[in-house]
Design a protein around this ligand. Structure first.
Ligand code: FES
Ligand SMILES: [Fe+2]
Length: 441
């Protein structure tokens, strides 16, 4: 029993350090699923994944297999992927179209797209006089208690009560505004497939890495250096002496020195959300960008266009399951599978109404940092696995988050890192603070 082993979990989290069991104890993992992932708003997917009635997409929320489905009413529903008869999963595929209704593959009970029972074969002869009540909600596919959609991004909470999606997201909502506003049509659409990576490490290790501005110049140095060499070679061969921008985005890992990373800033909000500002903020002047700028100015007017492109965000972390890089139109959804197994889905989006080369460019970068062929992701994955192994050992009891501790600036209910403290471990402290609050129950 967790209670016997760890009578007071709150003692495991201090402001600047946490106990290693927080990452490795299966009992703590189960409690996290109950108290965090199966309560708070979790990202299911983008509505463009299910454009037509009957389209569905399977998604894991905490330990629950769920379906995001487009109803005949046009609404996106989120249902438990379970048949009320004998418990068969309704859809075994990751995605598809259910047709006019869901039909269970076991005994052919059928359900509307919103989960309502439609028919049971030979209902009257089979069930007349039995306690089964056709009107009972127990004979419907169970819906998620709450579903909300913000600018096409669908979230669901498996708890009946709690803050609304907007309250929950707070300032982190900028992730979706920034991504959509950069589209001339004010909307994005999903690129139909994602990279799926199963990490052999605890889910929190991944999240802590997302806003860790110290690690790129160390972990990704070799990759950045190689990219820099290639960039120089390609540049030599071009007329203007410039390599495509995507190479620069990667070589920046090597050419930006550690002290420069301290120029960035992290903003840490309630519920564990954090924003890393700064980093590239590039305003390139190549013909593709200029063509895009023109379309944007036509759509929004110059003043609003300037506002949109000057939003300078590198990463928005929405605790506990999402990391968004809005200017690059990508997001990573984190699905814990076990205490030492974590699935990440890395999705890419297309800016509606933007010229094709802009899409090609961001797609190139998406592949460059995320594809199985890249070393960037592999560099991180190796660290995650090694962290989990080290934390499973008796080599020490604590994980330290003390970098720039005590220099944080608290104001308006949030914590800002002090100037020149961009590599602060404030985001990890903020995540663990939220974790402890959730786990208190
Ligand atoms: S388990 Fe679904 S119809 Fe029997
Ligand atoms: Fe990394």
């Amino acid at each position: 029993m967790l209670q016997e082993r760890i009578p007071d979990l709150t003692k495991y989290v201090e402001p600047d350090r946490v106990r290693r069991e927080v990452y490795t104890d299966p009992g703590i993992f189960e409690l996290e699923m109950q108290r965090i992932h199966e309560r708070v708003w979790i990202y299911c997917g983008h509505e463009s994944q299910v454009p037509k009635a009957g389209d569905y997409y399977a998604v894991q929320i905490g330990r629950q297999p769920m379906l995001m489905v487009r109803g005949s009413d046009g609404k996106v529903h989120v249902l438990y992927n379970r048949c009320p008869h004998r418990g068969n999963m309704m859809c075994g595929d990751r995605k598809g179209n259910a047709g006019e209704f869901f039909r269970c593959s076991y005994h052919a009970w059928t359900f509307q797209h919103d989960g309502k029972l439609r028919s049971i074969p030979m209902m009257d002869s089979g069930y007349a006089g039995t306690p089964l009540n056709k009107e009972s909600p127990e004979l419907c596919m169970k819906p998620a208690p709450r579903v909300e959609n913000y600018r096409g991004f669908v979230f669901s909470s498996l708890a009946k009560d709690g803050p609304s999606l907007k309250e929950f997201l707070g300032k982190a909502i900028v992730a979706f505004d920034d991504m959509c506003d950069r589209a001339p049509e004010g909307e994005v659409e999903i690129v139909p497939n994602c990279f799926r990576v199963i990490q052999h490490s605890n889910w929190k290790i991944f999240l802590e890495n997302q806003l860790d501005a110290l690690h790129p110049s160390v972990t990704h140095q070799s990759t950045g250096r190689a990219a820099h060499e290639v960039e120089k070679e390609i540049a030599k061969k071009t007329k203007k002496g410039e390599a495509p921008l995507s190479y620069h985005m990667l070589s920046a890992f090597a050419t930006v020195t550690i002290d420069k990373w301290d120029n960035f800033q992290t903003l840490n909000y309630p519920y564990g959300h954090c924003i890393l500002t700064g980093y590239m903020g590039l305003r390139p002047q190549d013909p593709d960008t200029l063509a895009y700028d023109k379309v944007m100015i036509k759509a929004y007017g110059r003043k609003r266009f300037e506002e949109i492109v000057s939003v300078n965000i590198h990463h928005v972390l929405i605790y506990p399951g999402l990391s968004v890089q809005s200017p690059l139109q990508q997001l990573r959804a984190v699905r814990p599978l076990g205490v030492d197994r974590t699935l990440t889905e890395i999705w890419h989006f297309r800016l509606k109404g933007a010229p094709e080369p802009i899409y090609r460019r961001s797609l190139a970068y998406y592949n460059l940092v995320n594809s199985p062929a890249t070393l960037v992701n592999a560099d991180d994955l190796e660290n995650f696995w090694k962290c989990h192994q080290g934390l499973s050992s008796d080599g020490g009891d604590w994980v330290s988050f003390a970098r720039h501790f005590g220099r944080d600036i608290e104001k308006d209910g949030m914590v800002e890192t002090a100037p020149n403290c961009g590599t602060s471990e404030a985001p990890m402290r903020n995540q663990m603070k939220a974790w402890a609050e959730y786990m208190r129950g």
